[in-house]
Design a protein around this ligand. Structure first.
Ligand code: MN
Length: 245
């Protein structure tokens, strides 16, 4: 190999390892390439996020934003309270892992790309997001900070079948804050993948955080957030003091 990059010799900096998720009942791991998030997929949550003056307007189509793959916190665990916020929010979400690539997919084609499901938390610096919304600026740093995407081990679809309903909950220190059913999603999992595939080619290794139901709220240092999706699993995250001040 004269023109290839030899690992350990020609890199200018060491390439970071690919973030991965464990898989329930399997030895192998799922490599995470991108983390797509749906911005609006449960009507009650869409309404709780609207300003009072906007409350009676129609809930619009969902939209997408990204977190870097490096934001993944596999299996949850400790998450340092992020810098530059005083309002860290939990958002429990069904996570869909894609096992194949595709573009401009029909809904039925899109459904066949699903490898499995996880339980995720779309941790959000809500004060920074509110500011970004008001100024028409990107959400990137409100959403994509380090360890902002805790996700459980993946449950292969081959074990549970296509998930269309099931209880989804988040509790803070044992007290239920979010409690809904996957059937309340405005846009189904296949529909959401199909919509995304009109914008980009979706890839094996893509995760899709499918939006959060109502009941989002603040978490503080010392809190433990427990997220569950029936048939998928459970995720526990502890909010730790940030180190270094
Ligand atoms: Mn979200």
């Amino acid at each position: 190999m004269s023109d290839g990059v030899r690992p350990g010799s020609d890199w200018i900096v060491e390439p970071p390892p690919t973030p991965t998720l464990p898989i329930v009942g399997e030895e192998g791991r799922f490599p995470v390439v991108r983390i797509w998030c749906v911005g609006r997929n449960y009507e009650a949550h869409a309404r709780e996020m609207q300003s009072a003056s906007d409350r009676r307007s129609k809930v619009g189509a969902p939209f997408f934003f990204l977190k870097p793959a490096s934001a993944l916190a596999p299996g949850g665990g400790p998450v340092p309270y992020p810098d530059d916020t005083g309002l860290l929010h939990h958002e429990v979400e069904l996570v869909v892992a894609l096992g194949m690539r595709g573009r401009k997919l029909s809904e039925s084609e899109a459904g066949s790309l699903v490898y499995g499901y996880g339980v995720g938390l779309d941790l959000t610096r809500r004060d920074r997001q509110t500011e970004a919304k008001a100024r028409g600026r990107p959400w990137s740093l409100a959403k994509g900070f380090d360890r902002s995407a805790p996700c459980s081990a993946l449950m292969p679809e081959s074990r549970v079948g296509p998930l269309r309903r099931g209880r989804i909950t988040a509790a803070v220190n044992g007290e239920i804050r979010q409690d809904a059913d996957l059937s309340e999603m405005i846009w189904s999992v296949p529909r959401t993948i199909a919509l995304l595939s009109r914008q980009v080619e979706v890839l094996p290794g893509d995760l899709l955080f499918t939006g959060t139901p109502a009941g989002v709220g603040p978490v503080e240092v010392g809190d433990v957030v427990t997220a569950e999706v029936a048939g998928v699993g459970r995720l526990e995250v502890s909010v730790e003091p940030r180190d270094g001040g």
